[in-house]
Design a protein around this ligand. Sequence first.
Ligand code: ATP
Length: 195
Amino acid sequence: MNGFKSFVDPTDLIIAEGLTGVVGPNGCGKSNLLEALRWVMGENRPTAMRGGGMEDVIFAGAASRNAKNFAEVCLTIDNSERLAPAGFNDLDQLEVVRRITRDVGSAYKANGKETRARDVQMLFADASTGSHSPALVRQGQISELISAKPKARRRILEEAAGISGLYQRRHEAELKLNNTEANLLRVDDVVEQLA
Ligand code: ATP
């Protein structure tokens, strides 16, 4: 992380196998850390990042430090078993970088190549993880789960079964279908006018 929220200086974190708990005093940046992971995996809702706009993830300055002009998060994933999807599978490591620059916007790179947000989101969805993954447990989430409705609990099982990528594709296909139907109606109108 570099310039991301309270992580003004470059900060590395090794996430070991198994369960990782992040503990620390109030306001030390525990939630910011989880948000950095969500953000690099394609989170685009400012509300999910506890901000008003996407640029709010950039270090905004403090009493003794000026604001930064960009924020960057780089996620390096062990790919020695070559489990990454095609197109991202040519190296032993998969490195996904997201960077946002003030007044320019945000861009992604996967193993050094410019990549679209959608492809990064799909990459993580197909690997049964991503910005919505229940593997990232924020404060209060366990009690929310206990009182959750069955539909919300089903999403977690679906995530574990690795079918979230299919849901995203279905959603995109439905949007295309709706657009096509709207276009067909429009064509009918035009044909009627010409007749
Ligand atoms: P708690 O246990 O109270 O939930 P936490 O450890 O989860 O706290 P965070 O919410 O991750 O802490 O971090 C909050 C800190 O991050 C605050 O001090 C806030 O000022 C700082 N912060 C958030 N966004 C930015 C930003 N864009 N620039 C600078 N500092 C920021």
